[in-house]
Each structure stands twice: as structure tokens, then as C-alpha cells.
Write a protein that binds this ligand. Structure first.
Ligand SMILES: Nc1nc2c(c(=O)[nH]1)N[C@H]1C(S)=C(S)[C@@H](COP(=O)(O)OP(=O)(O)OC[C@H]3O[C@@H](n4cnc5c(N)ncnc54)[C@H](O)[C@@H]3O)O[C@H]1N2
Ligand code: MOO
Ligand SMILES: [Mg+2]
Length: 424
């Protein structure tokens, strides 16, 4: 085994992965299944909104000219000829001196140019007829939401590559898209390697631990919007490992493994990549944790070899597998957003490598402050539970103090960034 590995910068590793922009395919699904899927077509208004002139209030619709002389001293009375609720239409056009009682959302009848709210009108009944009076003048168009004032037919409102959020769902429904084209979710297979691994329902045994990484990665994949498939545990034995991974590559779009990527006697992934004829994009990154994260490629298909150490595995997934999955989904904002934040506590121990400290966000006096979520070691699992950001501490000879400005990678933000905005 070649023990010497040359670390590359994080941004370069990300670039090498993203260079393999995958072939994505498109499927048609119903609106009910479309939440959080990525659009493969533009959403274009199929009609004007609103599709007719409508009333924003419960009140009376009439021609503003009819009340041009109205004032406190000179109330004007109009004959109320009918009532129109939302979903109904007036039976005929209004004539001079007439009004209709109209409800919010109902179509403005022909002949009416404005709506006066009930609150500023009086009503009376006389000889079986209904009347309303008003003591002020109205303008043409006052309290009328005119046809097409929000959008006209043929306007592109949401672009392919955007994710369907609740608002986009409202648009799909508004414009009759009961089916919509979206990018297929890549199927991502996950293997956990390690002879020490127990299943979740097994009792603890000496020298062994339960396989936590697989469950963690499966939900990270789901959070990224892809389709996770658990392919099981693999003991540290070369032939079964190779066979299983070779077979999985025919069945899934992306293969993720955890464990076995370092230089130990039972770290088999480097040999598996070799036998697969894979091109290793990198196997050492200038970062902590996750420095051993390895990505390999066979005929355009990527294998992500994440570290076995839980924190390293988690970070490796978010920095490299997440954006690649977004690219697979053809999302325009493939990268996790990275923002400037203030550090909430001292992290004094210097480290030559850029660190991605698992942390959480706190909003204090209108500022975004981040805190470490627990122990900062590659082998740690407990700090992951309260992690929603990766606090970026650039490598160097000094530590960091509370109040220092640093970057944070946002892990739970629905919208991402079109660029990977890591400094340096
Ligand atoms: N001589 C060197 N030793 C190590 C180096 C190095 O550069 N030279 N790198 C260290 C770093 S950094 C890391 S990170 C780890 C990476 O180890 P591997 O990716 O090879 O992973 P394993 O050896 O299989 O396991 C490491 C650790 O993680 C536990 N583990 C594995 N799978 C799971 C799982 N599914 N769920 C929970 N925990 C898991 C495993 O039991 C080990 O404790 O290597 C260092 N060594
Ligand atoms: O890959 Mo290791 O996590 O850098 O600690
Ligand atoms: Mg190892």
C-alpha cells in the first residue's frame, strides 16, 4: 500500500467531484408527489391572474360615475339588483343607478367600475326593493383587482432547476399542472464496511460497535433530496466487499461506502477501487475531519468512500456527496450556502488544516452566532445530533476567540448557492 498521500484543498476536491456533472433523466409525476422535487420544466402561467376582474372586499359594486356627486350632505342611493358570491356571476350588466351586493373573490359585473366596502355604505328596504346609500365618491377601478394585474398568460414564473416548495405547489395548482416534469432522484446505495459493526437491534459485544454511519448517511441522502438504498454491512474481507460493490454499481446511480479508506491493514477500499479500474479523484484533503474522504470514478459513475469515523463521515458527505447529488438533480443552487457568522465561544487549539466544526446556529440580538455542538473529534458521534452548520475554521497557527468572524456551512437551508463560497 502506498502510505504517502498528497492532501488537496477542499475547494479543489469539490471542483474535481463537480467536474463529473451527471446525466440526469426526467420523469412526470403528479402534483401530490411533487413537494421538494426539482422542476425539469419552466412553470408558465396558462392564464391571466386573476382570470377576471374581481372584488377584494365584501361590499357593493357599481359605476363610480353614479356616485360622483356623493358627499356627507348628499348621500347617493343606488338600487341593489342582486347578490353575487364568489363562484357566481351577475345575471346581467348594471345600468345607471344600480349596484350589486358583491362578495370577496366574486367577478365584478359588467357596468360596475368600483367596489365600496359594506362598512362605508348603508342599506335599506323600500317597497320590496333593496337599496344602498353612500356618502362619498369613488374612483373608477377603486377596490377592483383587475384581470391580469398579477400576471398575464405566458409568463415564466418558476424556472427548471428550482425546487418545488409550498409556493410553487400553489402555482402548479393555480395553472392546472396536475402533472409536472421533474428530475429523477438519483438512487444512492450505502454500504457500511467494518467487521466491528453490529446491527442496531444487536446487543453490544466486546470490541464491537453498532453501525451508526449507515443510518446517518441514509438520512443525509434523503435531506439532499435523493433516493437512499441501504445495501447492508460488509465485513473487512476483500472478495465479498469487491463483489458487493461491483454489483451495486450496476443497480444504483451513486455508491457511498463508509469505512476502510485509510491506510490500515483492513482498509480495503483503495484495493477495491484498483480492482474496479476506478480513477481516484483524491484520497487526501486538507481538512479535518474527513481528510481521508476518497472519491473514485468508473465510466462516469462516482463512488464516495467516506471515512468510518462518524464525524468525518458526516462532514465528507455534506461537502462532496451533497453538491454532487444536487448536480444530479439539476438544481441550479447545488452548493450548501456559506455565510459569515460570529463565533459564540473560544476554540483556542490551533490546527494546520481547515476544520469543519459541527455546530449549531443561534440568533442573538439580530446576529447569527454559531457554537460547537459538542466534542470536536473525528471519532465523535454525539455532537452530530445538534449539528445544523459546519463552522469553518481556516487552518493556521492560532486559535479562534469568541466574537471572531468565521464562515458557516448551512446544512438545513432549503435553498443553496450556485457557487461554493468557501474562502481561500
Ligand atoms: N496511520 C494512519 N492512521 C489513520 C490515518 C492516517 O492518516 N494514518 N487517518 C485517520 C483518520 S484522519 C481517519 S478519519 C480514520 C479513517 O478511517 P477509515 O475511513 O479507514 O475507517 P475505519 O478504519 O473503517 O474506521 C474508523 C473508525 O470508525 C468506526 N466506524 C467505522 N464504520 C462505522 C459505522 N458504520 N458506524 C460507526 N462507526 C464506524 C470504526 O469502528 C473506527 O473506530 O483513520 C485514521 N487512521
Ligand atoms: O479523516 Mo480524519 O477525520 O481527518 O480525522
Ligand atoms: Mg481504517
Amino acid at each position: 500500500m502506498n502510505l504517502h498521500r498528497t492532501p488537496i484543498p477542499v475547494t479543489e476536491a469539490v471542483e474535481r467531484v463537480m467536474h463529473f456533472a451527471p446525466q440526469s433523466s426526467i420523469e412526470k409525476i403528479t402534483i401530490d408527489e411533487s413537494y421538494q422535487r426539482v422542476l425539469a420544466e419552466d412553470i408558465v402561467s396558462t392564464h391571466a391572474v386573476p382570470p377576471f376582474n374581481k372584488s377584494p372586499y365584501d361590499g357593493f359594486a357599481f359605476n363610480a360615475e353614479d356616485v360622483a356627486e356623493a358627499s356627507r350632505e348628499n348621500p347617493v342611493r343606488l338600487h341593489v339588483i342582486e347578490e353575487v358570491g364568489a363562484g357566481h356571476r351577475a345575471s346581467r350588466a348594471l345600468e345607471t343607478g344600480e349596484a350589486v351586493r358583491i362578495m370577496t373573490g366574486a367577478e365584478i359585473p359588467e357596468g360596475a367600475t368600483c367596489v365600496a366596502m359594506f362598512e362605508i355604505c348603508q342599506t335599506l328596504e323600500e317597497n320590496g326593493n333593496s337599496y344602498m346609500t353612500i356618502k362619498r365618491k369613488m374612483e373608477d377601478g377603486q377596490n377592483v383587482i383587475s384581470k391580469g394585474s398579477e400576471t398575464s398568460k405566458g409568463t415564466t414564473l418558476v424556472k427548471a432547476g428550482e425546487t418545488i416548495n409550498p409556493g410553487v405547489q400553489a402555482l402548479l395548482a393555480t395553472f392546472g399542472y396536475h402533472e409536472v416534469h421533474v428530475y429523477k432522484k438519483p438512487v444512492v446505495g450505502v454500504f457500511a464496511t467494518g467487521t466491528e459493526l453490529l446491527d442496531v437491534d444487536e446487543p453490544l459485544q466486546p470490541g464491537k460497535i453498532r453501525n451508526s454511519n449507515a443510518y446517518m448517511i441514509l438520512s443525509q441522502i434523503e435531506r439532499s433530496g435523493a433516493e437512499p438504498v441501504y445495501l447492508g454491512k460488509l465485513a473487512d474481507e476483500f472478495d465479498p466487499c469487491y463483489e458487493a460493490i461491483f454489483k451495486a454499481m450496476q443497480q444504483v446511480d451513486i455508491v457511498i461506502t463508509t469505512g476502510g479508506v485509510s491506510v490500515g491493514d483492513y482498509d480495503l477500499m483503495p484495493d477495491v477501487y484498483e480492482k474496479l479500474g476506478a480513477k481516484v479523484l483524491f484520497n487526501k484533503i486538507a481538512m479535518r475531519p474527513g481528510s481521508v474522504t476518497t472519491v473514485a470514478e468508473v465510466d462516469g459513475q462516482l463512488l464516495f468512500g467516506l471515512s468510518g469515523n462518524p464525524s468525518a463521515c458526516y462532514v465528507g458527505y455534506e461537502l462532496y456527496a451533497h453538491p454532487y447529488i444536487q448536480a444530479y438533480l439539476k438544481r441550479s443552487d447545488s452548493y450548501h450556502s456559506i455565510i459569515d457568522v460570529s463565533l459564540g465561544s473560544d476554540i483556542m487549539k490551533p490546527n494546520p488544516f481547515t476544520r469543519f466544526i459541527r455546530g449549531f446556529i443561534s440568533y442573538e440580538d439580530g446576529r447569527v452566532v454559531v457554537y460547537p455542538a459538542g466534542l470536536d473529534k473525528s471519532a465523535v458521534v454525539t455532537s452530530l445530533a445538534h449539528t445544523n452548520v459546519l463552522i469553518v475554521l481556516k487552518g493556521g497557527t492560532r486559535g479562534y476567540q469568541k466574537g471572531d468572524q468565521v464562515q458557516a456551512v448551512l446544512l438545513e437551508e432549503e435553498s443553496g448557492s450556485e457557487e461554493f463560497l468557501l474562502n481561500g
